[in-house]
Write a protein that binds this ligand. Structure first.
Ligand SMILES: [Zn+2]
Length: 377
């Protein structure tokens, strides 16, 4: 993957290229930003640039043997660790056992996210984790002599999915690194990572992608019209993965909107049989779908508040969403929006921790009912 293959992010690219040119490559770096902002492809392009035999001032050559191998994710001195679902025994629940699937997934879409990865590998309700067994694998790989490259590079995708034990073992390696070894950690949430790890890595902040870059990227890669690309860029919040998702999965977007409308109507009408039926319907979705739906609800509440405040021009809604908001937005106002957001947050938290989904949704519906009836004073 070359820097040229990455949507936008010119400042980050310049920074990374600068570290190579000025010979100040830090041995442990943390790429921090939402998945769809491109942290992983940036880390891969960086690894390729570092190893390229004919790099230019702005990019790797894309043609030398290391470039060719890295573009296939098959370079012997570039290692990947990523969250995996349980696979029978503890020994099998490691990245190597899933690597073929994962490289297929990333080659298809380097902006793919955690949930899509779990779906891709058919994880069902199993969560993806970087388990403690992985840390001994990391140590084993990095203690081997390098094959040909100057640097051995370990990319850890979604470092926040390491459990505490894994993180502590890794910490040791980061504190006392092997020579010519680079750790490139890719993460979304700094809060879920040991502070001691964060303080020992150099932070590479990956900001949201500019809407104009997303628009151009969509036109080029998804082959959609400038008009459609502009609309999707507007609701993607700087997240190219999400933008691609909106293009390819218009059905999911429509399903989430339908469920959102149902959730709001059912909560407001406060009829017990309908509330129970909806809690059951939502409770039967896969766990990752439930989280994605709740995140969608958070966005809709935010956007409806914007419409409620008569700032329609600042709202990012599709035509269907906007149609619903024109009537519904009067129910979302400054008096209740905070509480609704907290309620949805709490639901995501409990779902992530494997709470009984039906009960979580029932609680959510009851609290929403109260929120939606709050007067806007
Ligand atoms: Zn090259």
């Amino acid at each position: 993957m070359r820097f040229a293959d990455i949507i936008g992010q010119d400042d980050v690219k310049r920074h990374l290229i600068g570290t190579v040119k000025e010979n100040r490559i830090s041995h442990a770096q943390m790429f921090l930003g939402r998945e769809g902002f491109g942290s992983l492809p940036l880390a891969i392009a960086y690894a390729q640039y570092i190893n390229c035999q004919h790099r230019t001032d702005s990019d790797s050559c894309g043609e030398c043997p290391s470039c060719r191998q890295i573009s296939q994710l098959a370079f012997p001195d570039l290692h990947f660790v990523f969250p995996v679902p349980t696979a029978g025994s503890e020994d099998k629940s490691v990245s190597d056992n899933f690597f073929e699937k994962w490289s297929e997934f990333i080659m298809q879409n380097p902006y793919g996210n955690y949930q899509q990865w779990l779906d891709f590998v058919g994880a069902g309700n199993s969560q993806g984790l970087i388990r403690v067994k992985e840390s001994s694998e990391i140590i084993r790989k990095l203690s081997m002599k390098s094959f040909s490259a100057e640097y051995k590079i370990m990319i850890i995708w979604l470092a926040e999915k390491m459990n505490a034990e894994t993180a502590n073992k890794l910490l040791k390696l980061i504190e006392e690194p092997y020579p010519k070894t680079l750790f490139l950690l890719v993460a979304e949430n700094a809060e879920n990572i040991l502070p001691t790890i964060i303080s020992r890595t150099q932070l590479v902040r990956v900001p949201r992608i500019a809407d104009s870059d997303i628009q151009a990227g969509l036109q080029q890669r998804a082959g959609i019209s400038a008009n459609a690309a502009e609309k999707i860029a507007g609701i993607s919040e700087g997240d190219f993965g999400r933008a691609l998702d909106y293009c390819g999965h218009a059905a999911d977007l429509a399903q989430n909107l339908e469920l959102f409308m149902k959730l709001m109507r059912t909560s407001y009408s406060f009829k017990a049989p309908e509330m129970v039926a909806l809690a059951e319907e939502l409770g039967a979705l896969g766990r990752e779908k439930q989280k994605a739906f709740l995140a969608y609800c958070e966005r809709m509440v935010r956007e409806n508040l914007i419409v409620n405040q008569h700032l329609d021009k600042m709202a990012h809604l599709t035509d269907d969403e906007s149609g619903f908001a024109s009537k519904f937005s009067r129910f979302i106002h400054p008096q209740n929006s905070m509480l609704i957001a907290e309620t949805l947050d709490k639901a995501i938290y409990h779902i992530s921790r494997n709470a009984g989904a039906k009960i979580v949704f029932m609680d959510t519906i009851i609290t929403l009912a109260r929120c939606l009836r709050m007067p806007n004073e």
